[in-house]
Design a protein. Structure first.
Length: 151
């Protein structure tokens, strides 16, 4: 269940809070292939299961940027900001500490690490999203996402 914020003050007061986790998502070869087609990144470690079996990961792996892109799916499951409008402002630190193998399941967990009022009346929130890999100790991605919310 998502953490709910109804106003800017609630976000500002929640800095340092863990926000919960999303549902698990399966990383299929079809998803990886579609991402490869969308980005023209057809490196064999992503799209050639036969060759990848003998490669450094023992299987095909998701693109790092595919793993990062799932953050936009996870965020609304982690946090429900009841606002008039919100925009993605960007990301600060993004890391890929572990490969996400095809067949794995991933989910996002969030922590509100910073929030401040903006000059235009909104609130800017930085949420660290950790993309966990089921059964693994190291995550597939850790990204500090920045969003602006207007109430």
């Amino acid at each position: 269940m998502a953490t709910v914020f109804d106003n800017a003050e609630a976000i500002l007061a929640a800095v340092g809070q863990k926000l919960g986790s999303s549902e698990w998502v399966s990383i299929t070869q079809e998803r990886v292939n579609l991402f490869a087609d969308a980005t023209d990144d057809h490196q064999w470690i992503h799209v050639d299961p036969v060759r990848a079996k003998d490669g450094p990961f023992g299987a095909t792996i998701a693109h790092g940027y595919l793993t990062l892109s799932l953050v936009s799916r996870f965020l609304p499951q982690i946090v429900d900001v009841r606002m008039k409008m919100g925009v993605n402002y960007g990301c600060d630190k993004v890391r890929f500490p572990n490969a996400v193998k095809v067949g794995a399941r991933v989910r996002g967990s969030g922590e509100l690490i910073a929030a401040e009022k903006t000059k235009d009346g909104g609130v800017q929130a930085t949420i660290r999203v950790t993309v966990e890999i089921e059964g693994e100790t190291r995550p597939g991605c850790v990204a500090e996402t920045i969003s602006r919310y207007y109430f």
